[in-house]
Design a protein around this ligand. Structure first.
Ligand SMILES: Cc1cc2nc3c(=O)[nH]c(=O)nc-3n(C[C@H](O)[C@H](O)[C@H](O)COP(=O)(O)OP(=O)(O)OC[C@H]3O[C@@H](n4cnc5c(N)ncnc54)[C@H](O)[C@@H]3O)c2cc1C
Length: 322
């Protein structure tokens, strides 16, 4: 049996950040992920300055593609609202792998299925055991499923359905566009240029609202790709979309049960307004690590809940200073 003081399940931003912090503090930690890294992760890859600060990343020395935006182009009900703000885009394929390597912990490629608690230890698939277990396995996290589902049932109305494609494209327009509520989509769609001739385009909306209206995410995707074509943003391309579901921020009654923790999408932490999940995943990973290192409470209350204020802040503050 492979043993460590802490085992982190999931190597996305929540898991790798938690493992990184534990390792820095000299603790004994290993990480398990079902996918071999680098792995595909569906995501627009927009990150805020806070994410870079929390992860102690200097955008000038980060070795992979990182695009800096000084403006985001919001469109709300057809009205264009350019907002001056410093934001970034990365490719999750590169970013997650880089974070995981930087954590410098043993990584096991294994799909976790069964976890049980025995004599104060967590036993994972009769192959691994640990004192602390951190659930960072995203929406389908086995730690959430085993220990947290009853205490923190997910709220169906907060389930977001998404569809996206990341593609090599010789783009001419290097702006970042966000269209809210287009064709009554209960969410928004995006066009995010990345470095090295890659763009990410996608849509996300509340699944329950679409179902109630007898609409599907596929229908919205068709309208969206037509719009990209009409705006000359993406032309002559046969789209190959992929979909994924995750949850917006909900009240997490018990983020820690005994020595088990949930973080990131496993806890359902994406911001209520924009579905920004990388930042909250990183914040919760740091908080879980600190709780283990210092033997302190683990609370998700301070984790960022809304993105819009952080994006608009600069514009408002500048205007009010005039
Ligand atoms: C289409 C789309 C676009 C998005 N765009 C943005 C954006 O632009 N900005 C932003 O901030 N957020 C965005 N998000 C949300 C963001 O991607 C997530 O909130 C974030 O990835 C959560 O990180 P995590 O570490 O909690 O989980 P994940 O990144 O999902 O990582 C979970 C890991 O756990 C592993 N795992 C799962 N089950 C098991 C198992 N049984 N055994 C072992 N390993 C397992 C998986 O392989 C995976 O590597 C987007 C989401 C989607 C779907």
């Amino acid at each position: 049996m492979i043993a460590a003081e802490t085992i982190v399940i999931g190597g996305g931003p929540a898991g790798s950040t938690c493992a990184w912090k534990l390792k820095q503090a000299g603790r004994d930690v290993l990480l398990i992920d079902k996918k071999e890294f680098p792995r595909l992760k569906l995501c627009a890859g927009w990150i805020t300055p806070k994410v870079l600060r929390d992860l102690e990343i200097n955008p000038r020395t980060y070795p992979h593609s990182l695009v800096t935006f000084d403006k985001l182009h919001f469109h709300i009900n057809g009205r264009q609202i350019p907002v001056k703000t410093r934001q970034y885009s990365i490719r999750r394929y590169e970013f997650d792998n880089w974070l995981l390597q930087r954590a410098d912990v043993p990584v096991y490629n294994h799909t976790v299925r069964h976890i049980r608690r025995e004599n104060g230890q967590y036993v994972i698939d009769d192959a691994f055991k640990c004192t602390y277990i951190v659930g960072a396995g995203g929406t389908t996290c086995p730690v959430y499923r085993t220990f947290f589902e009853t205490a923190n049932p997910r709220v169906a109305s907060l389930r977001i359905s998404t569809m996206e494609e990341e593609l090599p494209y010789n783009y001419e327009d290097a702006n970042c566009y966000l269209w809210f509520f287009e064709n009554k989509l209960p969410g928004y769609s995006w066009y995010v240029p990345k470095g090295h001739g890659i763009i990410n385009v996608g849509i996300g909306g509340k699944l329950a609202t679409m179902k109630a209206r007898e609409e599907t995410i596929h229908q919205h995707w068709q309208l969206f790709t037509q719009k990209l074509h009409d705006l000359n943003l993406v032309t002559n391309h046969q789209f190959e979309h992929r979909g994924y579901n995750y949850f917006l921020r909900q009240r997490v009654q018990k983020p820690r049960i005994a020595n088990a923790f949930i973080t990131g999408d496993a806890a359902g932490l994406a911001t209520k307004d924009m579905g920004e999940g990388i930042g909250p995943a990183v914040e919760s990973g740091i908080r879980a690590a600190n709780s283990i290192i210092h033997n302190t409470d683990y609370s998700l209350n301070p984790v960022t809940r809304f993105s819009i204020w952080n994006i608009f802040k600069l514009t408002f503050l500048k205007k009010s200073a005039i």
